[in-house]
Write a protein that binds this ligand. Structure first.
Ligand code: NAD
Ligand code: ZN
Length: 286
């Protein structure tokens, strides 16, 4: 029985139905997040104006910089870009959308999985567990040897600080810190680049596919639908006919899939407005 809530007034009926159904059937929820969920914490998305980065006289787009090919060509410059992006992440705090997903994990336990494209670590800081959070594009606070000499994934050296100015290229001691103490090669950010492949060991690829095969409800939050594994997840959810709820400020290929599906809905607006209400609704109908 669905109880009327003060906050459910403008939640579409398809969404109310999907949420109450998953609670009643003790179903599984997969939440898929992208840069949009962290935008309200002050971290720029890739497609916004802050995404650009100047090297010399050239203004690069993120898709050109976030590649192994670019790193091989200009490692120190790419490090400058990452260290600056990391400054945004370190200054930011989890917002109500992150906190709502942490609440949802506490509520559902092992019936919840979070697949995030974000490298900012905010979901973990909000209280989601590492075990149930698949960081499919890595984490900007970690590094590994670019020559893959087997020294493993480790924290970014502390001596680099947490506030890296824009358009600054590391040099001297800073550059020294960015080399592997095992083999002397450059360290690299522990992130998946656009010209690289997902795997299980580093990026939880198979676990993510298994999670969408088992899910009864897919929540898609703040992602433009431009990367491969998220596309596979949404397509698979659509083929399986499970409920898909998409939260985004703007329409996207994912919102079109959700809106066209029998049990889905597109919730247009900010993640920090929608998610707490959806999670509150799930708590009330439980
Ligand atoms: P994207 O930048 O391509 O898309 C962001 C999406 O979020 C857009 O569709 C936009 O309409 C939506 N959005 C913006 N503000 C929102 C809000 N307040 N509420 C709801 N939706 C909002 O990001 P993406 O799809 O995640 O993919 C780009 C890649 O960039 C990923 O590989 C990711 O690893 C990387 N990235 C990560 C971070 C981060 O860690 N925070 C930031 C930028 C980019
Ligand atoms: Zn090494």
């Amino acid at each position: 029985m669905v109880v009327a809530l003060v906050t459910d007034a403008d939640i579409p009926s398809n969404a109310l139905h999907a949420l109450s159904q998953v609670i009643a059937s003790r179903g599984r929820v997969l939440a898929l997040t992208g840069a949009g969920i962290s935008a309200e914490s002050g971290i720029p998305t890739f497609r916004g104006p802050e995404g650009y980065w100047r090297v010399g006289s050239v203004n690069y787009r993120p898709e050109e910089l976030a590649t192994f090919a670019a790193f091989q060509r200009m490692p120190a410059e790419i490090w400058g870009w990452y260290l600056h992006r990391r400054s945004f992440c370190r200054k930011a705090n989890p917002n109500p959308a992150h906190l709502a997903l942490a609440e949802l994990e506490r509520k559902l336990g092992d019936r919840f999985v979070l697949v995030t494209q974000n490298v900012d670590g905010l979901h973990l800081r909000a209280g989601n567990s590492l075990e149930r959070t698949y960081q499919i594009h890595g984490n900007i606070d970690y590094v590994r040897c670019a020559a893959e000499c087997g020294t493993g994934i480790r924290a970014l050296p502390e001596g680099l600080g947490t506030d890296w100015p824009k358009d600054t290229i590391p040099s001297g001691d800073h550059l020294e810190l960015l080399h592997c103490d095992g083999c002397g090669a450059f360290l690299r950010p522990h992130v998946l680049w656009f010209d690289e492949y997902y795997d299980e060991e580093r990026y939880r690829f198979e676990s993510s596919i298994a999670a969408i095969e088992a899910a009864d409800l897919l929540l898609v939050i703040g992602t433009s639908g431009a990367t491969n594994l998220p596309m596979q997840i949404v397509q698979r959810a659509s083929q399986r006919g499970i409920s898909i709820l998409v939260i985004n400020q703007d329409p996207s290929p994912f919102s079109a899939i959700a809106a066209a599906s029998e049990h889905g809905a597109f919730l247009q607006g900010a993640a920090g407005t929608w998610l707490p209400r959806l999670v509150e609704y799930m708590t009330v109908v439980d």
